[in-house]
Each structure stands twice: as C-alpha cells, then as structure tokens.
Design a protein around this ligand. Sequence first.
Ligand code: GLN
Length: 480
Amino acid sequence: MGEKETQRLTIIEAHEKLRKKEISSRELTEGIFDTISQQDKELFCYISVDRESALAAARAADERIGNGEEVGMLAGIPVAIKDNMLALGYTCTAGSKILENYAAPYDATVVRRLKEQGAVILGKTNLDEFAMGSSTENSAYGPTKNPHDTERVPGGSSGGSAAAVAAGECIYALGSDTGGSIRQPASFCGVVGLKPTYGAVSRYGLIAMASSLDQIGPFAKTVEDVEIIFDVIKGKDLLDSTSVELEAQNQKPKFQIKDIRIGVPKEYFIGGIDPAVEKLVRKAISDLEKEGAHIEEISLPHTKYALSVYYLIMPSEVSANLARYDGIKYGLSESEGNNLLDVYMKTRQKGLGDEVRRRVVLGTYVLSAGYYDAYYLQAQKVRTLIKNDFEKAFERVDVIITPTTSTTAFRLGEKTQDPLSMYLSDIFTVSAPIAGIPALSMPCGEVHGMPVGLQIMGKWFDEKTIFQVASFYENLKNNA
Ligand code: GLN
C-alpha cells in the first residue's frame, strides 16, 4: 500500500499545517478520500462516506482560517464516526439490516460538539451489529480487515474506526465501548483508544446496546490527540442525565513519573495469555519502573467473575434496548405478517443477525421470573464487588497497567463458529466498564508484525493521570 503524507498526520501536525497554510483542509480532505478510494474496497472501514458534505465543511474551515480566525484544534480535520452514532445527512445502520435505510433524525451530542469545532466528517465506520462482537465479522455488511494483515480481524466492535485510523483513512475517529469495543480494536490495529469514565461523555444519539456500560470515546495515533478529542466531547449534556461535568483538574504540581504508583494485578497475568504479549507488557512496566515509577503487585480478586457478570448484565440490557426494533417504529418492516405479533417476529427474524438474537434470547432468559434472582440480581451484586476491588486498589495506586488483550489480532473466521472463544477475547477489557472506570489502550510493541496493546486503567474521572502516564510512556518508547 503506497503511503501518502496525509495518511500519517496526527491532529496536532495537521492543525499546525492548516494554521501555517502549508495545506488547506480541502487538500487534506481530498488526500484522505484518495486513500479511501485506493484502499477501502479491500479494508472496508466505511459503511458510508459523504464527500460533498465533507468538502463543504472543509471549505468552511478554510474560510475561517483564511480570515485569520483563531480556530480550535479540530477545525478542518477529517474524522470518522462509528455507524452507531447519529449524524444528520447519514443513515445510521448500527451494522444491522434492520436499520439499513434508517436516516438519522438529529446529531448525536458528540457529533454536534465536533461540528461546533469545525470538524470535517468523512463518513460512518463499520462495526459488529449493534456493537455486539469482537471482530466486526458480525456486521451485516461484511467484515473490516486489519490494515497490518488483511487476513486478520481489526477487532471489534469499533473495528472500522480503529482500522480507518491505522490505515490513514481518517485522522481520528470515534467509537463506543461497552465491554472493550474501543480498546480491543485499538490494540489489534496499533492505535490509541480511550474508554472514558461512565458519564464523562454524553450518550445522546448513540444507539444503545447496554446502557449501564456504553460509553463513547476517541481513537487516534497518539495519546495527545486522544486527549484533545476527549476534551471536546466530554462534559455534562442536558440530553443525557447520566452525563456529568468533569471538575477542572486540580492543578497538581508538574507531573513526575517518580510520583506515580502503578498497580499490576496478578489476575491479569495468568493462563491463556500469549507469552510474547506478556513479555512486551512486562517490559513496558519495567521501563516505567526504571524511570522512577513505583510498581506494586496488586490483587483484583473478583476479576475471575468479570466475564460472567458482563455476559449476564449486558444481554439483559440488550434485550430491553432492542425491543424497540419491532418493524413498526424504525427501519425494516415485514408488513406481510398476519397480525401484529407476526409482523414483529418476521421483521426481527429477517432484520437481526444470529449473534444479536442469541443475546436477546439470553437476556430475556436471565430476566425471566424465577431466573432473575439467580442470574441478574446475583450479577449485579458481583458487579459491586468488582467495583469495590478497584476502589480498594486505587487507595494504593494511581493507575493500573495490564495487557489489553491476551493475543494479537486473530484470523478472519477463526472464532466465528465458537461464540465462547470470541467472548474470551474481552477478558481483560470488560472489568473497566463494569466498574465504570476509564481505561486507555496504546501500542507497546509488535509480535510478528502485529501490534500489542498496553491497557492503562485509572480512577473514576481521572482521565488526566492516564494521559500523563500514557504520554510519558509514549515519549519513552519513541526515544528508545
Ligand atoms: N466484544 C464485546 C461484546 O461482544 C464488547 C462489545 C462492545 O464493547 N460494544 O460484547
């Protein structure tokens, strides 16, 4: 794949070039569209693109810059949006046949905030149907390929967004994370991805999967870029009552790595983890220790229940959230039914894929009378124990470092016949959304040419410390 300069630019670099008028937003946007037309037939990062409206936004940004206006960091910079967030002028498919022709009736709050900054929206990226999956193979429109090796998956469910950033088909992207859908694909594609604290970013206009876990977050090439995007999308939104204003970070004295205590949970380094992946993660931790960070082995004793808790709570919420796709209110409608119930059943049979239906059935079962106490209620109690584990750990450490995934990207088709092995690829990422804490994945090396991700988890609403540690490590690695 031939490299173009626009493919490699970070937000900061592109902003500088725009400001100095070394490049126009129009040229930047056209450069990215060239890359998309050269590569996306094979990679399939995008479900839809809109060149016209992107170029109109680019022109508007160029005009403001031309008038000498002081524009924000994201003005005129091309971005890709996961296709489960509403953006006016686009369909919003959520990777499902049932929403194939569903036109967004308004902008999601995150999209509105990006537009207010003058962002150039390129298009909507591919995902596992309704964000359920770890490879994008559950998309009704076909899988995205990993740009590092097109025989491998990009991860999921935000695989299109992660792959688009890695392949230079956008400068940055938004994804959503319910059990790992930002961090796992970031890890597989070698980019940086952040799942913010629950409530840090408005979910208004995000197609709900599991509402107590879902959170929108950024993908970019560097930690600094991710922080810039986060600063724009975060904060209280009257349209999402779970969103909160992030307190202005108490001005800590200058960041010093020797003031940082890093917890390494022993439960994340047992069984199943690829030794080459473990080696790279351990090296990252010891590199930080050599620079002065305090490393402490910690225990998160309820980690072993995290995946079970996730696969009880998530499907319960999925079954409730997806009840609205009944063939009457939205999208696809099989009007041939004999009566209303028949219309519901025929529409859902035709419009929803196997994995989505599997989870709806699982969720309804878990919530049914007689099983509710044994499964759902019990899972909620264990959820509290998992949260308590983190609370305790964060009394002693500032951040927790683990691998993001136990292996590098697997092959297309490798896990499609075995849902359980697919679910196991989320083993290190589900705990953060269960507890509601923020977590970031960043590259820490490669095994046989495939990227490995380092996960940094932080205290509730303390994204700042995650960014500081992550930036420190990024500099260290770049200067090594
Ligand atoms: N891969 C996980 C799942 O299939 C996570 C999905 C997500 O975070 N949206 O549920």
